[in-house]
Design a protein around this ligand. Structure first.
Ligand SMILES: Cc1cc2nc3c(=O)[nH]c(=O)nc-3n(C[C@H](O)[C@H](O)[C@H](O)COP(=O)(O)OP(=O)(O)OC[C@H]3O[C@@H](n4cnc5c(N)ncnc54)[C@H](O)[C@@H]3O)c2cc1C
Length: 397
């Protein structure tokens, strides 16, 4: 395995970094004003990203993106993750990135025109509605939301929450039961639902957020959508969700490495410059030195695991990388949260304020251990595969 950046990447990565430094980082100060206030400036930055050839790194070239491999996108994504606005600026933010992949793979011609094209252009946003408050989201085949075929349309009844970025989204891809009598993994389908429904943004640790920076709750009371809004084959929603979440998880891990590096830099800077007494810096404390050394080792280890998983997807396919994806999902989330926490601690009271990005990371990245499969589920996936291999080797059934 060779993770060294190609000459193309060696030129691209500094370009992405300086684009962020020049155009995106300065907008961070506006995060406290909310997404809607920031949006005009973000639109401006996105237009500029397109002009300079930095639009949608993960999307293939024929569709207007940069056509990077998973490994290459990982390297770019780490740079973008340094700021909460990095992925949005280049049009590769969740949940649109996952929805784009679904639509590129499964959309009909009409769906491409109505739903895919605006996402590729960045003129619309989308959301993904699977989790329901009434059921354990970690058991994805247990859903109450129904879509009934009344001959002319799908009629939806259901309740979704934590539908990230549904506020202001043009549509949400809803997982709904269309075939209640089928086998559990074949009951649900994906249906594209234009979002005219009112949305409640759920407060997250005191902040409800808005627009792309929010997580909404939606109720579908008899919403009618055309039959043609079925995405992919009927009854295949679960399989499509698995296909969507595989690369989605790796995208998150790549972004988290950027969060790690930014937080690490803040930790080191604070330790090197904060004086506890004249001429005596925080970094002289052995506890803080341990934080720094451990964080460096853990981030480097996480990066190598993430790059290995990306390499495996590129060279051997998603299926072969499943265990590695589970492994990096819980490992990287854990490393990131520890690094953010240490960096925040080193900043003392200032770390709690919205004047440093660490408090934003602390609030908004805690969910990393929960979404796209809680840690415990991913650990179980890894352990079960290892145990079943051991049973096979021991000649047990
Ligand atoms: C920030 C954020 C954004 C999200 N965005 C979206 C989105 O855009 N669209 C969407 O559909 N959903 C989204 N979700 C929802 C997310 O997918 C679910 O929260 C997740 O699947 C867990 O489901 P749950 O919250 O119902 O927890 P539960 O399933 O009730 O689980 C609760 C806890 O139980 C433990 N647990 C669960 N299963 C096991 C197990 N097998 N073994 C041991 N312990 C276990 C875990 O610690 C877990 O955290 C988002 C969540 C967050 C926090």
């Amino acid at each position: 395995m060779d993770f060294s950046p190609s000459p193309v990447m060696q030129a691209l990565l500094p370009k992405v970094r300086s684009f962020l430094d020049e155009h995106v980082m300065p907008l961070e100060a506006g995060l406290a004003r909310g997404f809607w206030a920031l949006q005009p400036e973000l639109d401006h930055v996105r237009a500029r990203a397109k002009q300079v050839g930095l639009w949608q790194p993960q999307v293939r070239r024929e569709a207007g993106g940069m056509g990077l491999s998973v490994l290459e996108h990982g390297m770019v994504s780490e740079v973008l993750g340094r700021t909460p606005l990095g992925h949005y600026a280049l049009g590769c933010q969740a949940p649109d990135a996952g929805n784009l992949e679904l639509l590129l793979e499964y959309a009909t011609d009409d769906q491409r025109e109505s739903f895919l094209r605006p996402l590729l252009d960045g003129t619309a946003r989308s959301a993904f509605g699977m989790t329901e408050p009434e059921h354990a989201g970690s058991n994805p085949v247990w859903l109450s939301t129904r879509a009934d075929d009344d001959g002319a349309a799908w009629v939806l009844h259901g309740h979704k929450w934590f539908t990230t970025a549904v506020d202001g989204a043009a549509f949400v891809i809803v997982m709904a039961v269309t075939d209640p009598d089928a086998a559990p993994h074949e009951r649900a389908s994906m249906i594209v639902v234009p979002t005219e429904t009112p949305v409640r943004n759920i407060p997250i640790m005191g902040e409800a957020g808005e627009g792309w920076l929010s997580h909404g709750e939606i109720r579908l009371h008899g919403a009618r959508v055309p039959k043609a809004n079925l995405l992919g084959p009927r009854g295949r929603g679960f399989a499509l969700a698995q296909a969507r979440l595989g690369p989605g998880r790796i995208h998150h891990c790549m972004r988290w490495l950027g969060v790690c590096e930014r937080s690490f830099e803040a930790l080191v800077h604070r330790a090197a410059t904060r004086e506890l007494a004249p001429g005596r810096t925080l970094g002289e404390q052995q506890t803080v030195q341990t934080w720094i050394a451990d964080a460096r080792a853990e981030i480097d280890a996480a990066r190598l695991l993430v790059l290995r998983a990306a390499w495996t997807i590129d060279h051997e396919g998603l299926e072969r990388a499943r265990e590695q994806i589970s492994l990096i999902k819980f490992f990287t989330a854990d490393v990131m949260l520890r690094v953010i926490d240490r960096a925040l601690q080193a900043h003392g009271a200032a770390g709690m304020t919205d004047e440093v990005v660490l408090s934003h990371f602390y609030r908004h990245e805690r969910g990393a251990r929960i979404y796209d499969g809680p840690d415990e589920v991913h650990r179980a996936v890894v352990a079960k595969r290892i145990l079943s291999q051991a049973r096979r080797e021991a000649g047990q059934p």
